[in-house]
Ligand binder design. Sequence first.
Ligand SMILES: C[S@@+](CC[C@H](N)C(=O)[O-])C[C@H]1O[C@@H](n2cnc3c(N)ncnc32)[C@H](O)[C@@H]1O
Length: 366
Amino acid sequence: MPTTTGMKGGGYYDSHSHEQREALEAFLPWLELAVAEIAPSMPADVPVHMLDIGSSEGGNALHAMQRLIRAVRGHSDAPVWAWFNDLPSNDFNRLFANLFAGGHPALGTQAVYSGAIGGSAFDRLVPAGCLQVATTFNTLGFLDTRPDAALPDFILPMGPGPLAPRAGVSVSDDEREPFRVQAAADLRRFYAARAVEMVPGGKMLVQVFGADARHSTHHGIYDVLSDALLDRVEAGQLSRQTYRDLVFPIYFRRLDELLEPLQGDTALAQAWCVEQAASKEVRVPFNEALARDGDIASWAGRYTGFLRAFTEAILAAALPDDANRAATLEAVYARITQRLVAEPARYAFHYISIGALLTRSPTPYP
Ligand SMILES: C[S@@+](CC[C@H](N)C(=O)[O-])C[C@H]1O[C@@H](n2cnc3c(N)ncnc32)[C@H](O)[C@@H]1O
């Protein structure tokens, strides 16, 4: 069972995901070049299938797809199927609205067709051997299943960040282990499903938020969220048990963990060729705005909107299902903004984007 219902909908994710756009931009040129290389061999009468996995409301996904279609069109007139996937609970209405914003097809009129596919990234999504190009951005860290394991003293398996110590807040290695195992198993299933779906020579770009030796993308975000929740617990407005039960089942991988199944699993290693792989610290637009204008209140507001877009669904599901839920959510996010304004250094945010460009080899899978 998926561990999130998706991002905050109604256009909220699209308006608060400039940071994710930067994280995917860091890797997209690899795939544009790779697509331009294979496009001359795409016959003009055979459809090309391209799939984005974890598209959310589509703002960032369409941007990437437009760039890839341009890369095809430089060399081939083949009809293009642009497929967008997300969990069935995603706001697909918004995605379709984006596809035809202002009454115009966002992907152009030159033989481009689009469709949406509800389902999990870790399962099969399309028929065998039909995809030429696949992408996934900022998605594979959301675990497919919540392990049967507790995190009583923090809200994320990764544990608190180094700048925000608080008495009683911690995650031990033993507590984290079931989440690491789940993340590794998810990734193997992802690569295996795509190995069946992609044609030999097909190109796949896998990018996700992650961690390097210095920073992890979770630092700051989950500290301020945890602090805001604990403030409510200490004020008697939220039960300690709700905090103890709350888990964001999200895993922030290092690059070696992203590549491990492609080296450690013989069948996957034969199915995929790793063309390029890197871990990059990417631009964070709200940090850059702060550096320019020094406006802490604006920075805190944008930071809160960014983290609310991907945390609200999981937090809402964990709160008591009563008449106070909406007010509690508002109060938690308002408290987050207050805390960011008061102690910006405690919640410093760095975006580590990890990615790999893969080619499907001719070896059958499995
Ligand atoms: C942070 S958003 C990324 C959206 C977009 N790709 C971007 O980079 O801006 C993560 C998306 O992954 C989706 N997601 C989470 N688990 C998923 C799964 N198992 N299969 C497909 N999508 C999933 C969420 O619903 C959400 O829309």
